[in-house]
Each structure stands twice: as structure tokens, then as C-alpha cells.
Design a binder for this molecule. Structure first.
Ligand SMILES: NC(=O)c1ccc[n+]([C@@H]2O[C@H](COP(=O)([O-])OP(=O)(O)OC[C@H]3O[C@@H](n4cnc5c(N)ncnc54)[C@H](O)[C@@H]3O)[C@@H](O)[C@H]2O)c1
Length: 453
């Protein structure tokens, strides 16, 4: 079999992989890119972008619902198929647009899963491609949920393609994806039950804020099975039964129209045949990399969700691509410096977080000078302006060094406001300065002054 040779081979055409392929082509390298599914990757096709289109509709309904009797007399009519048609205007052009962009840069485009034959050669469909540099950017996918009846489960990919919104849905998993999907479906008229293996949904966020969100959701009619796991799913006529086991082993059976599995994601690394090249990976099958995103082979890099660096978030994948691009094509010598990473869960209202967490605070040595500013401000003037069902914050401030170390926000505006606090943490802006700035009013950011005391 003849072997085609390239300077750079990129595996995976999501945001991270595309960025490296284009930077390599611009640097005059011969480049091939291959992708097993549609071009574009998770974020624009099965993740952030379509999710935000649905979230925007859910948020509109959430606001109107809150303002019924306060100007609005009834809920507006809603059509899930129309919303999905609107969502498709964003997702459908992506694969062709992405392929076209690659070709315009002279990149050879393949639509195949790639597998290592040896450290420099990969099997790509019927062809073998050899490259001096290989960049793996294969992302993640929903983890298989190993319970009886898993053939009846919808995944988060399926949720974003559903033709109809059922009257009732059980969602398994209280992480980002389960909680965000529950808020979308719940606001748009579906009766949702969320099965959460921890004591609160969004357990990775500040738990005091997660609990306030939980209580607000419960008041709005969402149902939760906490400290519980789904253990089996059965068909029951045109509905489904779900067995749920709590931490004491007590079994409950729930019935519903549809069951959505959001119980974690796994890296897309199996098809790569990493062992054929001797590339190291973790127990969870993430590719091991150093701070320059290099694997144990000097010419193979791994970036984005498939690597064991950073967090599986789109901006992190983009940041990692920029490091590889700088080092490989611009003569740079950069290393990844992640801390702190801001993150948002698109709930109703939003939850956002950056920097020091409560767990990190608890581990501080005796005599530290970090103060916690934490308050439920649901009754505040600003929260009532917006008629928000919940509004709260927790900030960690080093009072001696006069800097902000961590910020956790729950409320309208939190997903945007966290970026300002991220900048303050990253740039070590003095808290006394933050208190004196002239923020636009009345906005979420203007509440920073009172939050900081
Ligand atoms: N807004 C965002 O930035 C955003 C949105 C979506 C996803 N993501 C990224 O994707 C990653 C994956 O998100 P995710 O929500 O799929 O995973 P996750 O790991 O955050 O949450 C999955 C949850 O399902 C639970 N679980 C497992 N088996 C279960 C069972 N049988 N019954 C009930 N619960 C069960 C797990 O204990 C876990 O809490 C996240 O870490 C995040 O970085 C980010």
C-alpha cells in the first residue's frame, strides 16, 4: 500500500483540530485532516451552540412565566418543532462550511476514523498517511451507561435532535449536561425528574449555591431523586419504567415518556489504536500530555477534551490549540497555564464559577487572611427588579493582599459577570479598586460593590 506523506496530520475536525490545521497550512506546511463524523465537532453540532439556541427559548419562557400577573397575562404559545428548525439553521451549514474552509487553505480533507499503524503512520480509510507531526483532537462522546434497558435511552446528542418534546421526561445525571437539559425541557413545558447521584445537582459547583438552585427548581415544580442512581429501564406500553436506587439501597420505580442519559462522557480514543504507537493514556482513556500538550512521543500532540489536561470545555480546547500553534508554527516556547478557568452552567438562572473553591478554602493553612463573602440576595432590590427566583454569591478575598481569589455566582447575568471577576482574579486587580469602579447601573456587575462589602 502506498503511503501519502504530510508535514502535519490532524485527527478530529472540531474547534481545536481545525485551528491547528489552518495554522499549519498558513505556516506553509503540507496538511491533512481527518474526521470520523460530520466536520465541526461537538461544540457547533452537538454541544454549546445548539444548546444555547434551546436555552435562549427556555430563558424567554422562564422570564415570561415569572412575570405572569405582573404585566403578562398568559404564557406565549410554543412549538418545539419550530424551535428545532431554528436550531438547524445554525447546525446544518457547519459541516460543509468547515470542509470548505479547510480546502480553501489547501488542506487535504478526509472523512474517516484514523488509527495508528506505527508512531508516524495512521490508517485513514483505504489509505495510509505518514506525518512528521500528528495532532490528536478527537473530543469526547456520551459514555455508554451500563444498565439493563440502555437501548431505550436518549443521549444528549439525541436530545438536541428530538422531533417533539414529551410531556414527561426522566433525566439521568445531575452534571452540566443533565441539569442544563432539565432546565431547557422544564421551562418549555415538560415535567422533568432529574436523577442525581450526589446530594445536589451541579455538585462540582459551589454546593451552597447548588442547593439554593435546587430549592428554587423544586419550588418551580421540577422533581429530583437525590443520592440516587438509575439501575434499569424497561418499556411499558408506549412509556418507560425506570428503577432508581438510593444510597440506602431503597428501590423506587418511576414511569415516564422518555429517558435521557446524561451520566458522563468518555474520550474518543479507542479507535485511535494508541497502543500501536505506544502512546500513553490514563485509566479513563484520556491521552496523557505535558504542559506543552505533547504526548510521550515527541512528535504527537493531544489537545481538547481527548487529552488529560485542562477541563473538557471549548475555550480550553481553543487555548490548547493556540499553544501548539505558537510552539510548532511561530517559533514559540509556551506552556499551558490554566488557572483559573471560568465555567458556566446554563441553568435558569445561570450558575458560574472561577478560581478558589470552598474545598480549597477549607484546606488553607492556619493564620490565612482569606475572607468569605457569601449571601443569598434573592430579596435584594436588583434580584426583585429582575424577578429572579434565586440570586446568591460566594466570593473568596485575600483581605491582606487585597485581591479576589474565587467567585461563585447564581443569578441572572452570572454567565457574563463571571468574566469580569475572572479578569480581576487573573490580573490581581485590587479589591479596593473593584469597589471604587463606576459600573453601569442597574446591572449585575453593579452588584459587585455590595458583594465586596
Ligand atoms: N456549560 C458547559 O460548559 C458544559 C456543558 C456541557 C458539558 N460540559 C462538559 O462536559 C463534561 C461532561 O458533562 P456531563 O454532564 O455529561 O458529565 P458529568 O460527569 O459532569 O455528570 C454526570 C453525572 O452523572 C452521574 N451518574 C453516573 N451514572 C449515573 C446513574 N446510573 N444514575 C444517575 N446518575 C449517574 C455521575 O455521578 C455524574 O454526577 C463536563 O465535565 C463539562 O466539562 C460543559
Amino acid at each position: 500500500m502506498s503511503v501519502k506523506e504530510f508535514d502535519v496530520l490532524v485527527v478530529g475536525a472540531g474547534a481545536a483540530g481545525e485551528s491547528v490545521a489552518i495554522a499549519a497550512a498558513k505556516a506553509g506546511k503540507t496538511v491533512a485532516i481527518t474526521e470520523g463524523r460530520a466536520y465541526g465537532g461537538t461544540c457547533p453540532l452537538r454541544g454549546c451552540d445548539p444548546k444555547l439556541v434551546l436555552h435562549a427559548a427556555a430563558e424567554a419562557m422562564f422570564h415570561v412565566d415569572r412575570l405572569r400577573g405582573k404585566g403578562f397575562t398568559s404564557a406565549p404559545g410554543f412549538s418545539w418543532p419550530d424551535l428545532m428548525a431554528w436550531k438547524r439553521t445554525f447546525t446544518e451549514p457547519v459541516p460543509e462550511g468547515a470542509r470548505k474552509k479547510m480546502k480553501e487553505h489547501g488542506i487535504e480533507v478526509y472523512r474517516e476514523y484514523a488509527a495508528f499503524v506505527d508512531p508516524h503512520v495512521m490508517q485513514v480509510g483505504d489509505e495510509q498517511l505518514k506525518a512528521e507531526t500528528i495532532v490528536l483532537a478527537t473530543g469526547m462522546k456520551p459514555a455508554p451507561l451500563d444498565i439493563p434497558g440502555n437501548e431505550f435511552l436518549y443521549t444528549s446528542d439525541d436530545f438536541l435532535e428530538m422531533d417533539d418534546l414529551p410531556a414527561e421526561m426522566i433525566i439521568i445525571g445531575g452534571g452540566y449536561i443533565g441539569t442544563e437539559s432539565a432546565h431547557v425541557a422544564g421551562a418549555l413545558g415538560c415535567r422533568v425528574t432529574l436523577i442525581v447521584s450526589e446530594s445536589v445537582p451541579l455538585d462540582k459547583f459551589d454546593n451552597d449555591l447548588s442547593r439554593l438552585l435546587l430549592e428554587s427548581d423544586q419550588r418551580r415544580g421540577m422533581k429530583f431523586q437525590l443520592n440516587s442512581k438509575a439501575t434499569a429501564v424497561r418499556e411499558k406500553g408506549d412509556r418507560f419504567e425506570v428503577d432508581v436506587e438510593d444510597e440506602d439501597g431503597k428501590l423506587t420505580t418511576l414511569t415516564t415518556d422518555r429517558v435521557l442519559h446524561c451520566a458522563g462522557r468518555v474520550p474518543n480514543t479507542k479507535k485511535l489504536q494508541l497502543d500501536a504507537a505506544g502512546i500513553g493514556y490514563t485509566d479513563s482513556k484520556k491521552i496523557k500530555v505535558d504542559t506543552k500538550l505533547r504526548t510521550n512521543l515527541a512528535h504527537v500532540y493531544a489537545i481538547g477534551d481527548c487529552s488529560d489536561s485542562g477541563l473538557p470545555l471549548t475555550p480550553v480546547g481553543g487555548y490548547e490549540a493556540s499553544i501548539v500553534n505558537a510552539n510548532l508554527f511561530e517559533g514559540g516556547d509556551e506552556s499551558a497555564d490554566y488557572y483559573p478557568i471560568p465555567t458556566v452552567a446554563f441553568c435558569l438562572p445561570g450558575m458560574a464559577s472561577v478560581g478558589m473553591t470552598a474545598k480549597e478554602y477549607e484546606k488553607l493553612p492556619a493564620g490565612h487572611t482569606v475572607e468569605v463573602f457569601h449571601k443569598d440576595i434573592t430579596d435584594s432590590y436588583h434580584a426583585r427588579h429582575l424577578n429572579s427566583p434565586v440570586y446568591a454569591y460566594k466570593l473568596f478575598v485575600d483581605t491582606e493582599r487585597d485581591i479576589l481569589l474565587g467567585a461563585h455566582l447564581l443569578g441572572p447575568g452570572a454567565p457574563e459577570m463571571i468574566n469580569m471577576l475572572y479578569l480581576a482574579i487573573k490580573e490581581k486587580t485590587r479589591v479596593s479598586r473593584l469597589r471604587k469602579l463606576l459600573y453601569t447601573y442597574p446591572t449585575a456587575c453593579s452588584t459587585v460593590k455590595s458583594m465586596l462589602g
